[in-house]
Unconditional design. Structure first.
Length: 365
């Protein structure tokens, strides 16, 4: 990232964005050295018009394959191939974010044509280690209108868990609660009651660094329960982001009797509060409703900031829907380097299904 001239971001008009700004990208690259980052610059008439961000990682697909309802014979074959095997994968996007953060296109440039070029060039990209899989991630309906052109290059699409988003239309938390049906309001109040002995603190960059070992353990508790996980983010990432973006980075800890039992993070991006990763002590979560309190606090924070929307992210979709969040569907694209392997991969990809959940309607009519 340091090799890219600042003038490139100025020409692209991305210097004032959040997710495609140089300080943001540099923080993730510097704090997560196990990932190989490559940046692809697209030019028109010798002027930059688009920037793609790729991450090269080794991932295990064995656990994911066990969750796919394939025929027994095919399932055994795929699981035998994938079990204990790490697959070198080139991801266009950011594995630590939920959303289409792999390609920035300058206003006025045809985004679909850039995705067309990207999907054709990825396989030819010179990297220290040849990837077996190419992965384009997390497109909502708007982005997918452009990204879907990758199917021309034999990329196969599948849906993943949605982002859960809550539009804010209340002046404060009490107004929000009054808009809820009785049983959902009871749940919100119960979480606040159970968590009343928690101490909540906002951390500075230096405080994040001072507590990074304890915070990393809390985060690892959460990722260890994931069915499909790639790499764990380092806590230093947040300290670097806090250095660069100050109050736009929210890092809160939850303590009980002086002991850290959880943390939550979020980014303020324009008029949206984007929830990011959390960490939990699951024993205290049972008794003190730490996670549910975090969700309540995201809503409090969003209302206090005056943002229009909160993106509560992926996972725990049903719990988030009880707070009024609704799903933003996301689609990904994947392709194997070898033509024959890609054909054999198709039945596996077709049957990837997102986790089913009940979508609640908690608000009064």
């Amino acid at each position: 990232m340091n090799d890219i001239d600042d003038r490139v971001f100025i020409t692209l008009d991305s210097q004032d964005t959040f997710y495609f700004s140089k300080p943001f990208l540099r923080a993730f690259e510097k704090a997560n050295p196990l990932i190989t980052y490559t940046y692809l610059l697209f030019s028109l008439n010798d002027k930059p018009v688009a920037l793609a961000i790729t991450q090269a990682i080794d991932i295990s697909l064995g656990m994911a394959s066990e969750k796919v309802p394939l025929t027994q014979q095919l399932a055994r074959s795929i699981q035998c191939y994938l079990s204990g095997k790490k697959t070198h994968t080139l991801v266009c996007g950011n594995i630590f974010l939920s959303g289409a953060y792999g390609l920035y296109v300058k206003t006025g440039i045809d985004k679909r044509s850039v995705y067309d070029t990207l999907s054709r060039k990825l396989k030819k990209l010179s990297t220290p280690k040849k990837p077996s899989l190419f992965f384009l991630k997390d497109f909502n309906a708007t982005e997918d209108a452009s990204a879907s052109i990758a199917e021309k290059e034999d990329f196969q699409s599948f849906t993943v868990e949605p982002n859960m988003r809550l539009r804010l239309r209340w002046k404060d938390f009490d107004s929000y609660k009054n808009a809820l049906k009785s049983k959902y309001r009871v749940k919100v109040n119960r979480a606040d009651t159970l968590s009343k002995n928690l101490t909540v603190q906002s951390l500075s960059a230096s405080e994040i660094r001072s507590n990074k070992d304890s915070l990393q353990l809390l985060y690892n508790n959460v990722t260890s329960k994931a069915v499909f996980n790639t790499l764990t983010i380092t806590i230093e990432t947040y300290a670097l982001l806090k250095d660069a973006f100050k109050d736009r980075i929210i890092f809160k800890t939850y303590s009980r009797d002086g002991m850290l039992v959880g943390f939550s993070t979020a980014f303020i991006v324009d008029d949206v509060l984007d929830a990011h990763f959390i960490g939990l002590n699951y024993e205290f979560n049972k008794t003190d409703a730490v996670y549910q309190r975090m969700l309540n606090d995201y809503i409090r924070q969003g209302l206090s900031l005056g943002v229009k929307e909160i993106n509560l992210g992926r996972t725990a979709s049903e719990i988030k829907s009880t707070l009024g969040a609704t799903p933003e569907q996301l689609r990904c694209y994947i392709k194997h380097r070898r033509t024959v392997a890609n054909m054999l991969f198709k039945p596996f990809v077709r049957q990837i299904k997102m986790t089913e959940y009940k979508q609640h309607t908690p608000f009064k009519n």
